[in-house]
Design a protein around this ligand. Structure first.
Ligand SMILES: C[S@@+](CC[C@H](N)C(=O)[O-])C[C@H]1O[C@@H](n2cnc3c(N)ncnc32)[C@H](O)[C@@H]1O
Length: 232
């Protein structure tokens, strides 16, 4: 784990690391290298995402208003975190890429931005909301199911999950070039069909509160879900 020194190891990393095994470590390593290399371009392009990110964070805040703790999973350059702060939420970011985290820290002075793998990092407290924008499709389906289970465990009772991925007409996964970024680095990508995604959320004990689609400024079509942690 990179950069988690001094961070209390509390909520269930050990068992998950055993379940995920060495492949997850390799996936994390490759994601770290890929997103370190993409961080400068992400930072430049973040200007185009201010408006749509604001809409998404505002909708979450209507379910967790006030000084509530939000974990931004795969926070990248920290744009959503900065909007959360404007809305009086208290964001913590976690990202596997140190380069991304460095931008996020600069943009969010005084906020905690952890550098580490969400799948195996340990968190010292639970959160009122977990915000996972454009994150879940970076993993094989079985790993994504474990990640969603982890989100469930990290939420307080009745806590709220925000989760988004692109809408795809067929289900597939594998190593794919990221064509919309310079150098077109290869990274793991799962394509989720809507029904398949909803099924995983429901099986993961989340009750959907609100869903909508969004076309971003680069023409990508996103399906977005806000869901409440249901009791076990
Ligand atoms: C597609 S970007 C999305 C970033 C941001 N949430 C957004 O919507 O603009 C995915 C982010 O997740 C991070 N990431 C990938 N795997 C991760 C992991 N296992 N744990 C934490 N962060 C990870 C990447 O470094 C990258 O910053």
């Amino acid at each position: 784990m990179v950069g988690l020194t001094g961070f209390h190891l509390g909520i269930g990393a050990g068992n998950l690391a055993v379940v995920l095994g060495a492949d997850a470590g390799e996936l994390g390593r490759r994601h770290r290298v890929t997103y370190d290399g993409l961080a400068d371009e992400y930072e430049v392009k973040s200007a185009y995402h201010v408006e749509n990110t604001r809409t998404q964070v505002e909708r979450v805040s209507s379910f967790v208003a006030g000084e509530r703790r939000v974990l931004d999973v795969g926070c990248a350059v920290g744009l959503a975190m900065s909007i959360m702060t404007e809305l009086c939420l208290i964001p913590t970011g976690v990202d596997i890429s140190a380069q991304m985290a460095s931008y996020a820290r600069r943009r969010n002075p005084g906020r905690t931005v952890l550098i580490g793998d969400f799948l195996t990092a340990n968190f010292s407290s639970k959160f009122d909301a977990v915000y996972a924008q454009s994150f879940i499709h970076l993993f094989p389906k079985q790993t994504a199911i474990l990640a969603i289970e982890r989100m469930w465990h990290l939420l307080e009772d009745g806590g709220v999950l925000f989760i988004s991925t692109t809408v795809e007409s067929s289900s597939s996964e594998g190593w794919l070039a990221k064509n919309d970024y310079g150098g077109q680095p290869v990274r793991y990508r799962k394509s989720w069909q809507r029904g398949e995604f909803v099924d995983v959320l429901s099986r993961g004990r989340f009750r959907i509160l609100r869903t909508w689609d969004l076309v971003d400024p680069f023409g990508k079509n996103w399906m977005i879900y806000i869901a409440r942690k249901a009791p076990s």
